[in-house]
Ligand binder design. Sequence first.
Ligand code: HEM
Length: 397
Amino acid sequence: MSDDLEQNSYNIFTAEFAACPHQTYEAMKSGCPVSRNAINQGPILTRHEDVMWALRHPEIFSSQMDLHLAIGTVRPMIPQQIDPPAQTKYRRILDPRFSRRRMLEIQDDVRASANDLIDRFIDDGRCEFDEAFAIPLPCISFLSLMGLPLEELDLFLELKDNIIRPQESAADPADAPRIRAETGQRIYAYFEQMIADRRANPTDDMMGYLVEVDLEGAKLTNEEILDISYLLLLGGLDTVTATLGCNIAYLASNPDQRQRLVTNPELIPAAVEELLRYETPVMQIPRVLKQDVSIAGVELKAGELVTLMIGASNVDEAAFENAGVVDFDRERNVHVAFGAGPHRCLGSHLARMELRVGMEEWHRRIPQYEIQAGETPRYTPGIREVRYLPLVWNATP
Ligand code: HEM
């Protein structure tokens, strides 16, 4: 590897990078517009303009990658791992079920769940935020949206953790691929049973909808429903958990900003957007190049695995004035935390609602909180989940 390339190369899968990515984003952006991924040598795009262009050109930057082993699946997940036009037809049937209006219909349930969770620990004056709030809230919302029993909460948490971070339950790290593959089969088996139940007894929840919906004159096959459900499980849980953690970790460390939200809760929706931009919990999106292409004068080759570093493009000065400043009054916030183009996040309205309601209830009931003295939050690589976030507050009896 030449010195130039080495200098421009970054390991983006470390806990240190996840905890504090902004310095690395700056280094990436101040060098060549195309950095390199130290693990697979693939190009990393960081500029807002380049990332947007890539996301809007799926015929060049394809989502059809062989990432199966990494997530325990045996087929591509639908619609994330397939390209238009096939992807578009699935979005046509899925988008209406995830509309803003539909998500507002379930916000009272999410609010009630948030309060039930807070009731469990508020009097203790402390909690580990991830376990106590950020993990269960999206999982409960997901189960009720899908029409799955709430008693299955622990099972779903185990399944998604075994896929996303199997090393935590493996006695031997070499066991991780086996745990993933076995868990993938358990997820398929679980949803297969659900599909059979819904075919026998129709319901109007998400599983019932997937069984009944018409796609170009035909019902979805079991495999199609499995490949959609698997993605909803993986896409809908950790992302919101990670975002809640990043938001609260930021606010716990920035008491003036926290106090603004407590005094002006109507600022919370804007704060959610601004923290999605600045913290960007899903930092990167992978694509594979279908043809040679030139980006900012750099030649990229067909077959290369490209990382679209949306975290860096969300703090690109060319797209955001004072990009490094967290400003809840920002007027034009064109962040790409939910991606862009045809694969733009299907669950963005659900995520926004969960984040807003979660942050409203948390700050209404626990307005003053801080990170426990002497403790340091711990972030996971990949998606920036704050796996350890010990908070303390004054519990008033
Ligand atoms: C704050 C929370 C969330 C963030 C930051 C987020 C982020 C993203 C991003 C960046 C993408 C684009 C991926 C790509 O282009 O390859 C995406 C796609 C997707 N997200 Fe989310 N997401 C969140 C919550 C959710 C939720 C709650 C669900 C659903 C239950 C969900 C379901 C999906 C699906 C199905 C896709 C694939 C869409 C497609 O390929 O057409 N996401 N998300």
